[in-house]
Design a protein around this ligand. Structure first.
Ligand SMILES: Nc1nc2c(ncn2[C@@H]2O[C@H](COP(=O)(O)OP(=O)(O)OP(=O)(O)O)[C@@H](O)[C@H]2O)c(=O)[nH]1
Ligand SMILES: [Mg+2]
Length: 129
């Protein structure tokens, strides 16, 4: 994420970047407790990363409860170079149908991420009031 954007976010939130490797599974569960929201990123050029998304959502729900998600399909620019391998509209539906946020980005699009994080924040605050 763009440095300025991360700095702004870290002034507002405590942002924890969790390790995806199996060896971090136990320690991850302790970070989910008390989390207000989650940002999940997958690679639009790699179907396995979308397939894993369901497991990630389940893991977060198990330990963190029913918190709002922002799911980001990243590396959007690669899709002009490869045959599209993921049904992106299906991804969007899966995420939005359970009331969560879905955006697609490439790494230089920090404003889009910022805007989506603002929306996620709004949901977190709505749940609290
Ligand atoms: N083509 C392309 N590459 C990207 C984009 N965003 C990140 N990358 C590259 O993808 C690779 C992985 O990026 P990371 O930021 O390490 O991804 P991560 O999900 O944090 O990975 P882990 O920390 O290992 O779980 C790096 O080589 C990045 O430069 C993008 O939008 N497009
Ligand atoms: Mg990382």
């Amino acid at each position: 994420m763009h440095k300025t954007i991360s700095l702004v976010l870290e002034r507002i939130f405590r942002v924890i970047d969790i390790g995806r490797q199996d060896r971090f599974k136990f320690i991850r569960s302790t970070f989910y407790k008390g989390a207000k929201g989650a940002i999940l990123v997958f690679d639009l050029s790699k179907p396995s990363t979308w397939e894993n998304m369901k497991d990630w959502m389940n893991e977060i729900k198990t330990y963190g409860g029913n918190i709002p998600f922002l799911v980001i399909g990243n590396k959007l620019e690669l899709l002009s170079k490869i045959v599209q391998v993921i049904d992106r509209e299906a991804c969007r539906s899966v995420v939005e149908d359970c009331g969560n946020l879905y955006i697609e980005t490439e790494s230089n699009e920090s404003l889009k991420v910022f805007d989506a994080v603002a929306k996620l924040t709004q949901r977190i605050l709505e749940k609290e009031t």
